[in-house]
Design a protein around this ligand. Structure first.
Ligand code: GRG
Length: 286
């Protein structure tokens, strides 16, 4: 199966599961459920839940066994995007080519939709314990990890730096530190979720974390390059490609992807899908 077909198939089953897990738009108070569904179904690539599923597959588990946790992480990602676009943050009127959540529903509802998505994300991870073969202990471990990877030492902390650091005098080291927290953390969590729920050993978790950190950093550098190519760069925001140029960004993202794939050596050919997903990030156009 080509990686494009793999991504399409997985996205379809994730979209169906999300539709099943989320409350209907009619459920009162209708406006918040409409706002939630608006952002969840506005064209996200589902990279994070796909990584959770692909990691579970590496351990011989099927998509169903980790689907709720995978979708929970996608809801947390959606929360971060809605809040990121708010006027008090990046003040973006558009997301994925469509009006951002607060432009359609107003700031108050957008803020609350983000809050609700964060809570629902945790709820779905808890509900993954309904799967028979999943150990309760691994759900607890995953909940603890989720708090860590989205908390002030990671995603929220990264966002704090993102709104405070200025692009002109930023050092490469600071930029890497910011990208590790802002973007790579949630990507790492997605991979670790698949591994933890599948009963991975410490050595396997360590290798997968290295993979996650490297593809996460590459993902953000590529995102910066795409922002420049599509003329969507915010001059005030830290941006690797803006700071170090497109050529250096391309070679750096290629180096990171190679390092990510190298860290999967212990899995031999069982990790072929994760390797293909890493390569795909280099050629993605959105
Ligand atoms: C608690 C106020 C508060 C905020 C939470 C907002 C926030 C912290 C963090 C934002 C982090 C952020 C927006 C990072 C950018 C990561 C990134 C490159 C997102 C785009 O990911 P894609 O391309 O998105 O996977 P799609 O559209 O495919 O879903």
């Amino acid at each position: 199966m080509t990686i494009e077909k793999y991504l399409k198939d997985r996205k379809n089953i994730i979209d169906k599961a999300l539709d099943e897990y989320l409350l209907s738009e009619e459920k009162p108070p209708s406006i918040i459920h409409k706002a939630i569904r608006y952002s969840v179904f506005s064209g996200g690539k589902r990279i994070r839940p796909i990584l959770t599923l692909a990691t579970a597959e590496l351990f011989g588990k099927d998509a169903e066994s980790v689907m709720k946790a995978a979708c929970g992480i996608e809801l947390i990602h959606t929360f971060s995007l809605i809040h990121d676009d708010l006027p008090c943050m990046d003040n973006d009127d558009f997301r994925r080519g469509k009006p951002s959540n607060h432009k359609v529903f107003g700031e108050g509802i957008a803020l609350l939709a983000g809050d609700a998505l964060l809570v629902s994300g945790f709820d779905l991870i808890i509900r993954n314990s309904e799967v028979k073969e999943i150990k309760k202990q691994s759900i607890l471990k995953l909940l603890k990890e989720t708090s860590f990877y989205i908390g002030t030492e990671n995603m929220v902390g990264g966002q704090v730096e993102d709104i405070s650091l200025k692009n002109e005098n930023i050092k490469k080291e600071d930029l890497y530190n910011l990208y590790m927290k802002k973007t790579a953390a949630l990507i790492c969590l997605s991979i670790r979720a698949g591994a933890i729920l599948s009963g991975a050993h410490q050595r396997q978790l360590k290798a997968l974390t290295k993979y996650g950190e490297n593809i996460g950093l590459a993902f953000q550098i590529i995102d910066d390059m795409l922002d420049i190519m599509q003329d969507q760069r915010d001059m005030k925001k830290p941006n690797y490609a803006n700071k170090f140029g497109m050529k250096e960004s391309k070679s750096e993202s290629e180096r990171l992807i190679k390092e990510a794939k190298d860290s999967l050596k212990i899995f031999n050919n069982k990790a072929e899908t994760l390797r293909n997903l890493a390569d795909y990030l280099l050629i993605r156009k959105k």
